[in-house]
Design a binder for this molecule. Structure first.
Ligand SMILES: NC(=O)c1ccc[n+]([C@@H]2O[C@H](COP(=O)([O-])OP(=O)(O)OC[C@H]3O[C@@H](n4cnc5c(N)ncnc54)[C@H](OP(=O)(O)O)[C@@H]3O)[C@@H](O)[C@H]2O)c1
Length: 387
């Protein structure tokens, strides 16, 4: 059976870069690369589940895949990929060997492709896992190990739930690691309330919600007034990143550091989440307190960082790298939907056909929150009330 699904072809990426010229990213038209396609679904195996996609969130890995700006993942995967690894769906058929799910269940996906012996991902589904087919589609066949029950009674809307399957587990691991590494160095007896900062972006926002819920002072440093306002409503303090020109110069970083120190009684941030790197990285390091921890699972603005090792030693700083969470961590993070994770989503829920426009608007950074696409026109009764 065929389904409509978006794909990215390496030939189209090369043609679009040739059309606009190498240094002309603003003219790059994602809709010439991200195209509605037809996909033949595999036969349902005994351990498989067929889902009807209800909604999904746009992830930044889509932008990276379309632009080929970090790696050319479509080319590396043999020329073409079907992206999409964060979704909510309705189970419409289950294989003979599946006992965890039944027809009508509402589920969220996780994007772990392969794992190491400790359960950490080595490959991400619909990205670098060979032959993996993503879920920016109307229907999909998944292994039963790839889905988790969606907590539809958690108080979030269906669109808010769709914002979380990829970003929430990432934030959950970043927070555990950042917090626990700091505690290796400075225990609770000495400092009860930590200063925690994240730079703009959905993952950082969720990371800050975790810190805030555990009683710490949380700060979002973002250039978006709407995203700052949404987090302020939850008790998270904010810093306008544009006031510091997004750290274009050393003077901007210095002024930012002065603001951080004045807002924290001279202490600085004990834990910083930086998913962006590039000019954000030195600002995040400057803002750290003694024994501070800088955690990251992203490289949106740059893949490379460099730092002064001597200065890091003297201040006893740690830079930690994480990635997507384990499946166990993904499952645990769904327990926090609604109670801790209350994502700010973009004001428009896009139609399925509008995915290329949604991607362009994500790239242009003009959305007011995490972008969501509605796939199914008719929703099952179980979630119609939360749409
Ligand atoms: N390893 C993993 O498992 C994993 C998981 C999720 C995401 N990621 C990666 O992490 C990165 C962030 O993802 P996300 O989902 O949090 O992003 P997101 O929700 O799409 O948000 C992106 C943010 O980027 C910021 N931004 C855009 N242009 C900027 C610039 N020139 N300078 C400073 N900030 C800028 C914006 O912050 P403002 O609010 O300041 O405008 C925006 O909110 C992406 O590269 C993504 O691929 C990795």
């Amino acid at each position: 059976m065929n389904t409509r699904a978006y794909s990215i072809d390496a030939t189209d990426i090369a043609a679009e870069w040739a059309r606009v010229g190498e240094n002309n990213m603003d003219a790059f038209d994602a809709s010439r690369v991200l195209k509605m396609d037809t996909l033949e679904l595999p036969e349902l195996g005994p351990g498989d589940v067929k889902i009807r996609l209800l909604a999904f969130s746009l992830e930044h890995n889509l932008d990276h895949a379309v632009l080929a700006d970090t790696v050319n993942i479509a080319e590396l995967r043999g020329g073409k990929i079907y992206p999409g690894n964060s979704a909510v769906g309705e189970v419409i058929e289950v294989g003979d060997g599946v006992s965890r799910f039944s027809k009508g269940d509402i589920v969220v996906t996780h994007c772990l492709g392969d794992a190491d012996k400790w359960g950490y991902p080595t490959r991400i589904w619909a990205y670098d896992k060979p032959d993996s087919i993503g879920w920016y589609s109307e229907e999909a066949v998944v292994g039963d190990w790839q889905i988790l029950p969606a907590p539809i009674d958690c108080g979030l809307s269906l669109w808010e739930i769709a914002a979380l399957p990829l970003r929430a587990p990432t934030a959950y691991l970043l927070w555990r690691r950042g917090h626990d590494i700091f505690r290796v160095k400075v225990d609770r007896e000495k400092v009860a309330r930590l200063n925690v900062m994240g730079f703009g972006g959905g993952v950082s926002e969720l990371f800050l919600m975790l810190a805030h819920h555990e009683g710490h002072r949380a700060f979002l440093c973002s250039g978006s007034p709407e995203r700052r306002a949404a987090l302020e409503e939850q008790g998270i303090e904010t810093i306008d990143q544009k006031k510091f020109n997004r750290f274009a110069s050393k003077e901007d970083v210095k002024a930012f550091n002065a603001e951080v120190k004045s807002r924290t009684g001279g202490v600085g941030m004990h834990v910083v989440c930086d998913m962006l790197r590039g000019p954000v990285f030195p600002a995040g390091i400057a803002a750290l307190s003694r024994c501070g921890v800088n955690v990251s699972a992203g490289w949106q603005l740059s893949k490379k960082i460099n730092y002064d090792s001597a200065a890091m030693s003297v201040k006893q700083l740690t830079i930690d790298h994480t990635h997507y969470d384990t499946i166990v961590g993904c499952e645990a993070s769904t327990e926090l939907y609604g109670s801790v994770f209350r994502p700010a989503i973009h004001k428009e829920v896009y139609d399925f056909a509008d995915l290329p426009r949604a991607l362009k608007e994500m790239h242009d950074n003009i959305q007011t929150g995490i972008p969501i696409v509605r796939v199914a026109k008719d929703l099952p009764a179980s979630v119609a009330g939360i749409a």
